[in-house]
Design a protein around this ligand. Structure first.
Ligand SMILES: NC(=O)c1ccc[n+]([C@@H]2O[C@H](COP(=O)([O-])OP(=O)(O)OC[C@H]3O[C@@H](n4cnc5c(N)ncnc54)[C@H](O)[C@@H]3O)[C@@H](O)[C@H]2O)c1
Length: 426
C-alpha cells in the first residue's frame, strides 16, 4: 500500500519507519525542510530511530522523506501526526487543518485517513471530516474511511516501543474501524478497537491527565514532606511495594514535552466550552506542576543562603536540560524556566546536556530564549568543582555520577539519583 505520514516528528517518524519495514511504500511528508534534508541522508533526530534503521529503507526506495506537497498524491492510507499546541490557553488545530486541506486534494475513493495527533474529543468528526469532504467532494464513511488512533510513543523507553504497545483504534463507521484496525494490525502486536472516535480521543487525554494529576500529587507531597522533615522518596518506595491499588510516580522539577503541559488543557478547554464547567483536577495539576521550577529555585536559594551565599553572583551548573532522562526533547522543559529565574536573580548559569542539541528541539519558539543563550559546558570535574551549586534536573545515564558526588560542593538532586554529604533531594 502507498502510505503517507504527515508530520515526521517523535510520533510520525517511528510510524513511517515501521510502516516501511512491514513492506508499505511510505511517503514521510513534513513542512520542515531542514528535517527532511537530514532524513533524506539517513540522519535521524529522534533517539529511538537510529540512522541505521533509516538507511536501508531509503536505499531500497521504501521510504521517501519529502517537503513537496505533490508527493502526497495517490495514497491508500494517510496518517496525520502534526503538532497540536496551545495558543493563549486554547487548542491550536491549525496544523491539523493544513494537513487536512492538503490530503483532501489527493483523497481518492476507498482510501483511509487516520488522525493520531492528540486533541479534544470530537475533532475527527467535527473538524477533520468536514475539511476532507469539502476539499475532495467525497463523503466520509461512504466514499473514504476515517478514524482516530492515539499515539502512545514514550521517547527513550527501551521496553515499550511502537510495535509492542497496544494501539487503540477507532473509525467513524464499522467499515472505517475495520480499515484502521487492519492497517495498524500489521504494525503492532495488539490493537484495541473502541466504538467511536470520541472514545479513542478521550482515551489519550485520560492517559495523559492521569499522569499529570499523579505527578502533581507527588510534587505537592514532596514540598510538604520536606517542610515536615519527612523523606518522601522513602515513603514512595515503601508505598510502591503494595502489589495492588498504587502506581509509582516521582517528584521532579516540573513537567515538559508535548504531552503533559498541554494535553490535559485540551480536555479542560472542551469541558468548559461544552458544559460551562471547569475541570478542577486539571487546573490544580497545572498549577502545582507549573510552579515546580519556582520551588527548585527557592530550595537552591535556601541552600546557598545556608552557605552564606546569595543566588546573585553564584555559579550554578544545571545537569540536564531535556524534560526527561535520556532524551533530547527540550520542548516545554522546566529547565527553561529555571534558567530564566536564576539568570534574572543574577546567577551565573551553566548547563550540561549531552542529548539536547541546539537547533533541534531547543529551537522551539517558547524555549528559544533562555535555553538558546545559556552557557553550555561539559560536566567535567573542573566544572563540577567550580560551581557553587549543581542542580540535577534530568538524570541522563551519560552523566558521571561518581564525579558529581566527588567534586560538587553542593547538589540539589531533583531526581533522587545521588547520595552523599553534599547532596540534597527535592
Ligand atoms: N512526542 C510524544 O511523546 C507524543 C506522544 C503521544 C502523542 N503525541 C502527539 O502527537 C502529535 C505530534 O507530536 P510530535 O511529538 O511528533 O511532534 P513533533 O514536533 O516532534 O513533530 C511534528 C512534525 O510535524 C511537522 N508539521 C507541522 N505542520 C505540518 C504540516 N502541515 N504538514 C506536515 N508536517 C507538519 C513539524 O515540522 C514536525 O516535524 C501531537 O499532537 C502530540 O501531542 C506526542
Amino acid at each position: 500500500m502507498r502510505v503517507v505520514i504527515a508530520g515526521q516528528g517523535y510520533v510520525g517518524l517511528p510510524l513511517a519507519v515501521r510502516a516501511a519495514e512491514v513492506g508499505h511504500q511510505v511517503v514521510g511528508y513534513d513542512v520542515d525542510e531542514r528535517r527532511i534534508k537530514r532524513l533524506a541522508v539517513g540522519e535521524s533526530y529522534v533517539e529511538d530511530i537510529p540512522g541505521e534503521r533509516l538507511r536501508p529503507l531509503l536505499d531500497g526506495g521504501r521510504y521517501l522523506p519529502t517537503a513537496d506537497p505533490g508527493d502526497v498524491a495517490g495514497f491508500d492510507v494517510a496518517v496525520i501526526t502534526v503538532p497540536t499546541p496551545l495558543r493563549d490557553g486554547a487548542p491550536d488545530l491549525s496544523f491539523i487543518e493544513a494537513s487536512a486541506k492538503l490530503l483532501a486534494r489527493h483523497l481518492k475513493r476507498g482510501a483511509t485517513v487516520v488522525l493520531e495527533s492528540t486533541t479534544y474529543p470530537g475533532t475527527t468528526e467535527e473538524l477533520l471530516a468536514p475539511l476532507l469532504e469539502a476539499g475532495s467532494g467525497l463523503r466520509a464513511g461512504a466514499d473514504f474511511h476515517l478514524g482516530y488512533s492515539p499515539e502512545r510513543i514514550d521517547p527513550g523507553n527501551p521496553q515499550w516501543k511502537l510495535e509492542n504497545t497496544p494501539k487503540v483504534v477507532s473509525g467513524t463507521t464499522p467499515e472505517g474501524l475495520a480499515a484502521v484496525d487492519g492497517f495498524y494490525g500489521q504494525l503492532v502486536e495488539r490493537t484495541v478497537p473502541v466504538s467511536s472516535c470520541k472514545e479513542a480521543e478521550l482515551t489519550k487525554l485520560l492517559e495523559n491527565t492521569f499522569r499529570h494529576v499523579n505527578i502533581a500529587l507527588v510534587n505537592e507531597l514532596a514540598m510538604f514532606a520536606h517542610d515536615l522533615g519527612i523523606d518522601v522518596w522513602e515513603a514512595i518506595d515503601a508505598a510502591s511495594t503494595k502489589p495492588f491499588g498504587f502506581l509509582r510516580f516521582t517528584p521532579g522539577p516540573g513537567v515538559g514535552g508535548h504531552c503533559l503541559p498541554i494535553d490535559p488543557s485540551y480536555l479542560s478547554w472542551r469541558v468548559e466550552r461544552a458544559l460551562g464547567q471547569s475541570f478542577r483536577f486539571v487546573e490544580l495539576a497545572n498549577d502545582v506542576n507549573s510552579h515546580m521550577p519556582d520551588y527548585v529555585v527557592r530550595r537552591l536559594a535556601e541552600a546557598l543562603n545556608q552557605r552564606r551565599r546569595s543566588v546573585n553572583g553564584s555559579r550554578v551548573l544545571l545537569l540536564g536540560l531535556a524534560y526527561k532522562k535520556n532524551t533530547g526533547d527540550a520542548r516545554e522543559t522546566p529547565a527553561a524556566r529555571i534558567v530564566e529565574l536564576l539568570t534574572r536573580q543574577g546567577a551565573e548559569v551553566r548547563a550540561a546536556d549531552p542529548h539536547v542539541v541546539a537547533g533541534v528541539h531547543v529551537a522551539e519558539p517558547h524555549d528559544a530564549g533562555p535555553l538558546a543563550t545559556v552557557h553550555r559546558v561539559e560536566a567535567t570535574p573542573e566544572e563540577l568543582a567550580a560551581a557553587d551549586a549543581v542542580v540535577l534536573l534530568a538524570d541522563h545515564d551519560e552523566f558521571d555520577y561518581a564525579a558529581v558526588t566527588a567534586h560538587a560542593r553542593y547538589v540539589l538532586d531533583c531526581r533522587h539519583r545521588l547520595t552523599g554529604a553534599a547532596v540534597e533531594v527535592l
